[in-house]
Design a protein around this ligand. Structure first.
Ligand code: PA5
Length: 467
């Protein structure tokens, strides 16, 4: 566990009354214990008390279970089946469209943007190492965007033979009835029916719950691979189930390391002391700033360009989990230095309602670029010639933190060390755990999203003419 991510609130603690975090120790530890006990309650199959329904605690031990299944059952394990399906898709197609929305989309996008080449889809098949181009759809109702992608894939399919011209579809919906995803699935299924009528069973892979419309459709169609989203793991907690793992494996990511990172974080959560436990400390600090100083806006300030979608995934996680009963902090993802030139003014001088958590990416994956010197020096940058970009980024981080500190704006740090499958697995699990612990702390059931139903019911009624 050498590369465990670290959480450091040191720069912010002076804003809280003395003894605040010590004072929260018992209630945070109790909320963490309840979070852990919920796993047993859920596994026992016994009666779930009404105030705990729904109880989707299955995500907590899931990474460990999957790794155990892999070591005990080898090729028969779920991880091996996901990898084998992903290999099959990689070998037979060059474009994969992943359809899904909310928890059935945001985690994959986060992994893809964090871990794949930043211009993956622009590379040749050879440069991509045979990994298909990946597209995300089904997360909106936008005719121009969808027809743009359909046009592109239709043109690619028109001139050529497999695999370069072929497309596969991974359709993801736990309920199996989400209209946005179902509508897109019809569009992309039709494309595949035109392009590869004899291979539909191989080229469409549904990931869905044990029952529902998509499950019935998939059973009826006889698709070669169908993956089940386990009961007891809710949408936004499902990134490390086949929901995220299958697209990640297709994208060539190391899903075993993603799971190992998450399992390591669960172990850390269970065993590390309050005060050196990233999950408990993050929960305590965020809660203290919200309740003591009214700082209910949480900025996840990501540095560099690869973690924005991790932030957007967390925006959804926190909003849908704790934004209930007229309570819940507001998460906002920031990408710096980009947003220093857009939101920075407000964060520096606006309302004092923000706690800033820097997400520090650490060392770049490839060799760092450095600033060349020039014989002309009109831009007067020769004084920095030879500085590498991480050094310039670090100056931006330090300079921004200092500016915030000078104006009494609290910042904390979540440091990844480097962006790898292992650290991304950790940050997913850490943020899911902290969201649940905070929910238990404040008496909000973090699972379920009853508020989202209203628009769905209205939308369906309007379309059916019943409104
Ligand atoms: O967290 C959740 O449960 C939601 O965000 C869902 O993931 C989202 O609504 C998509 O649902 P489904 O997978 O059933 O299509």
């Amino acid at each position: 566990m050498s590369d465990l991510i670290t959480y450091s609130p040191d720069a912010a603690l002076g804003y809280l009354r003395d003894g605040t975090l010590d004072g929260l120790r018992d209630s945070i530890t109790a909320a963490a214990q309840e979070t852990i006990d919920d796993v047993e309650l859920w596994q026992s199959g016994g009666e779930i008390p009404e105030q705990k329904q729904p109880l989707d605690a299955g995500f907590i031990q899931w990474p460990e279970e999957l790794l155990l299944d892999l070591s005990e059952n080898g090729d028969e394990s779920l991880v091996a089946r996901i990898e084998s399906c992903a290999r099959r898709l990689r070998e037979t197609v060059d474009s994969v469209v992943v359809l899904g929305i909310g928890g059935s989309y945001m985690g994959m996008r986060a992994m893809f943007e964090a871990l794949n080449h930043p211009f993956h889809n622009e590379l040749s098949r050879e440069q991509r190492g045979g990994v298909p181009r990946i597209y995300f759809e089904g997360w909106n109702v936008d005719s121009d965007r969808q027809s743009g992608l359909l046009e592109l894939l239709r043109a690619r399919g028109a001139d050529g033979t497999a695999p370069d011209s072929r497309t596969a579809v991974i359709v993801i919906s736990k309920s199996g009835g989400t209209l946005e995803t179902a509508v897109s699935f019809r569009m992309f299924r039709q494309l595949l029916e035109e392009q590869s009528p004899d291979e539909l069973q191989k080229l469409i892979v549904p990931v869905t719950g044990a029952s529902g419309k998509l499950r019935s459709l998939a059973d009826e169609a006889g698709f070669e691979d169908i993956f089940t989203i386990p009961d007891g793991i809710g949408g936004r907690f499902s990134v490390l189930t086949p929901v995220g793992l299958l697209p990640a494996a297709v994208a060539g990511l190391d899903i075993r390391q993603l799971l190992q990172g998450a399992a390591d974080m669960t172990d850390h959560f269970r065993t590390a002391e309050y005060g050196s436990n990233a999950v408990l400390d993050y929960t305590a600090v965020c809660h203290a700033f919200e309740t003591q100083l009214g700082m209910g806006t949480r900025l996840l300030s990501t540095w560099g360009s690869r973690l924005e979608a991790v932030g957007l995934w967390y925006d959804q996680l926190l909003s849908e989990s704790l934004g209930k009963n007229e309570k819940g902090a507001t998460p906002i993802t920031v990408v710096n230095t980009r947003d220093l030139h857009s939101r920075g003014q407000q964060h520096q001088e606006g309302t004092r309602d923000k706690l800033i958590t820097n997400v520090l990416p650490g060392v770049p994956t490839g060799d760092p670029l450095s600033l060349p010197s020039r014989t002309d020096d009109f831009d007067q940058l020769n004084k920095y010639a030879g500085f590498d970009l991480p050094k310039i980024l670090q100056a931006a981080i330090d300079g921004t933190n200092k500016a915030y500190a000078d104006d009494n704006r609290p910042t904390t740090d979540l440091a990844l060390g480097s962006i790898t499958a292992h650290t991304i697995g950790q940050i997913f699990q850490m943020l899911m755990l902290t969201t649940v612990v905070e929910g238990r702390l404040v008496g909000t059931n973090p699972y379920g999203q009853p508020g989202v139903e209203a628009y769905k019911i209205n939308m369906n009624a309007i379309l059916s003419g019943d409104a």
